[in-house]
Design a protein around this ligand. Sequence first.
Ligand SMILES: [Zn+2]
Length: 170
Amino acid sequence: MYHPEAEPNVIHHEIAELAKKKDVWVVSQNIDGLHAKAGSTQLVDFHGSLYHCHCRKCGEPVSWRAYLKSDSHETCGGQIRPDIVLYGEGFQDETLEQATDAVRKAELIVIAGTSFQVHPFCDLVQFRAADASILVINQTPIHLAQDYEFIQEDGAVVFNKIQELGAEHD
Ligand SMILES: [Zn+2]
């Protein structure tokens, strides 16, 4: 699961770029830490990140590098695990709060590159403001109770265009 050499793609980069000009919050289902690597700071890793680990016994944070060497905590012998939400596990209150806040405050909600079927992630959209717009960028339509604008395209293609347009304006 660990690919520390992986680099953010155009989607990660353009979202981080956009956040310099607009008040952008990223709520991600990915656990690969690439939005953070691209520089997004208003970020909710909804299912956690492989690159944040802690000891189950003493609760201390542990570096992922230490975890890859041994899953036993050097100082207390407890088991180390990454801070990711496994199937059937509960969510941290703080994560749910940050994510629902981000949706609540948004004028525009962009849902990109997901079939949007994983609960409770896909329920977040219910927290949107009544006048918020929704834009979906995906190769197939998604099921939503709300109306949405739809760009049927791979996210990377769309964000490449955004990058080109941005370059022309610089
Ligand atoms: Zn420990």
